[in-house]
Ligand binder design. Structure first.
Ligand code: SF4
Length: 260
């Protein structure tokens, strides 16, 4: 089939699929991508691979990329929804380039406890949620051991909202670029207690530069909010010897929550 006849065949198939409510396209001897490229070539309208032709003229809300957020936007004046929206379009640091999702938060924004981790990993980048995968499961167990649940009684976020490539450590300039989001998140969520998990979170929120093993075991204050630090669950999965001190940190956290 050549020329006009083939184009009509493609158009007829699109119409049929649309009438049937199907989002995918299959034709004997013509792959989906070939068909889309064929139509794009003749109509001058590019159809991105991965979307059907019927969807092409009306992208879903999820497919519309958020507008880039101006780097100069004053985050300290934003309400919660506006802050989240600003993060979704943030280009303040190099991590915007390769992210799949901005990982803003999970849990309950009215919770008494705020857990602050370090940065999204591969699973978090894929799902858009902090602390998923094995480390996330361990965090959930740790919280459950002191009668807290991610869904109801905890708000969870990270210092960085976008994934450092290859799960490398956050760089100082990335932390500086992203920390205004965290600062405003803490102001808006207004937790009664903060738990910093992992070295970067602990150092940023305490302002101290000691290794985590020498930071933990004390109650700090972040802008007047009691702050406790402990090991990152991913580190606990690698170092069984830290289980006992992490348990002690959780008991301290429970004690501080109970005394508020
Ligand atoms: S890591 Fe933070 S500062 Fe960097 S692009 Fe993502 S949201 Fe913006």
């Amino acid at each position: 089939m050549k020329g006009k006849g083939r184009l009509e065949e493609v158009a007829r198939f699109f119409r049929q699929r649309e009438e049937l409510g199907a989002g995918d396209l299959y034709m004997d001897g013509l792959t989906r991508d070939e068909a889309l490229a064929f139509v794009a070539d003749r109509t001058g309208n590019a159809v991105p691979v991965g979307r059907s032709a019927t969807q092409a003229s009306s992208p879903t809300e999820a497919e519309i990329a958020p507008s880039p957020t101006p780097d100069t936007l004053d985050l300290s004046a934003l309400d919660y929804d506006a802050l989240r929206q600003a993060a979704m379009g943030c280009q303040r640091c190099r991590l915007a380039r390769d992210r799949s999702n901005v990982v803003f938060s999970d849990g309950n924004p009215t919770a008494r406890l705020m857990v602050v981790g370090e940065a999204p990993g591969a699973n978090e980048d894929r799902t858009g949620l902090p602390f998923v995968g094995q480390a996330g499961k361990l965090l959930d167990l740790m919280l459950a051991s002191i009668d807290l649940s991610r869904r109801d009684s905890v708000y969870i976020c990270n210092v960085l909202k976008c994934r450092p490539p290859g799960n490398r450590d956050p760089m100082q300039d990335e932390i500086e670029s992203c920390s205004p989001y965290l600062k405003r998140q803490i102001e808006l969520v207004a937790p009664e207690v903060i738990l910093a998990v992992g070295t970067f979170s602990a150092k940023l929120l305490t302002g101290a530069s000691k290794p985590l093993g020498r930071l933990r075991g004390e109650i700090y204050s972040y802008e007047g909010v009691p702050l406790i630090v402990t090991y990152h669950p991913a580190a606990l999965l690698r170092n069984r010897g830290w289980t006992r001190p992490a348990w002690d940190d959780l008991q301290l956290l429970r004690q501080v929550l109970d005394n508020r």
